[in-house]
Design a protein around this ligand. Structure first.
Ligand SMILES: Nc1ncnc2c1ncn2[C@@H]1O[C@H](COP(=O)(O)OP(=O)(O)O)[C@@H](O)[C@H]1O
Ligand SMILES: [Mg+2]
Length: 240
């Protein structure tokens, strides 16, 4: 079984008298250990797709299965519990809690688990060390640069050791150098911690870190890896 499976997923929003259907009859799977980069024009449903993977939003029809659970069948309590082991989410705007330190922000998802204080502290320290921010543990978000705040957000996303990390334009607010550093870090989550990563980005440079590139277009996923963009040798069989 794949770590992520979408079967016939359609998502429709009512917007005034109109309906919008960014995702339509979508079948899509991601295997354990993949680093998938999801691209597509603004409004093509990328965030909607990540939201459904995280159980933030439900499909209108179809099934979304992540880490062995059909997400839309879970009760709010089950959903919260599933999320701690299944997905961590990294937002473009970091979404840290401004009155909490880096340490306390990373602690938030861990409070949902029944851990001793010592074990919680051990996991926070591990997560902050993984993003090389041990020395900023007691800083507030406003006392950190954008890149540092995004690294705290990544530490928060991995603190509960979820199988999947979802990242929505994680380098969108960062300068080139900081973006590169962030991408190196995300790549390491896959290579060294065995995470499965689904990242939305507009940044072709960031996309280079991924092991698979997919485009969302008209509600459907188009795999672009291996596409015969420039006479790829030996790749003449598929017609995308
Ligand atoms: N909660 C919502 N209510 C109504 N329409 C929405 C909602 N969320 C997203 N949409 C619409 O769905 C489409 C896809 O949005 P989104 O997933 O945010 O696109 P992307 O992330 O690719 O830019 C857009 O037309 C957007 O306006
Ligand atoms: Mg978006």
């Amino acid at each position: 079984m794949s770590l992520i499976e979408l079967h016939g997923v359609t998502k429709t929003f009512a917007s005034g008298s109109e309906t919008v259907t960014p995702i339509s009859e979508l079948d899509f799977t991601v295997e354990q250990g993949e680093f998938v980069c999801l691209m597509g024009p603004s409004g093509s449903g990328k965030t909607t797709l990540l939201h459904m993977l995280a159980g933030i939003d439900r499909p209108t029809t179809g099934r979304v299965i992540v880490a062995g659970e059909e997400v839309s069948t879970l009760s709010p309590t089950e959903l919260a519990r599933w999320r701690t082991r299944a997905v961590g989410y990294v937002f473009q705007q970091y979404n840290l809690i401004p009155v909490l330190t880096a340490f306390e922000n990373v602690e938030v998802p861990l409070l949902l688990l029944k851990l001793s204080k010592a074990e919680r502290q051990r996991r926070i320290a591990l997560a902050l060390a993984a993003v090389e921010l041990t020395d900023r543990s007691h800083h507030l978000p406003r006392q950190m640069s954008g890149g540092q705040q995004q690294r705290v957000a990544i530490a928060r996303a991995i603190a509960t050791d979820p199988a999947v990390v979802l990242a929505d334009e994680p380098t969108g607010n960062l300068d080139r150098e900081t973006a590169t550093r962030t991408m190196t870090l995300l790549r390491r989550l896959v290579d060294e911690l065995g995470k499965t990563l689904v990242m939305v980005t507009h940044d072709p440079q960031a996309a280079k870190s991924a092991s698979r590139l997919v485009h969302l277009d008209k509600g459907q996923i188009v795999d672009t890896n291996g596409a015969p963009a420039a006479h790829a040798a030996g790749e003449g069989t598929s017609h995308a």
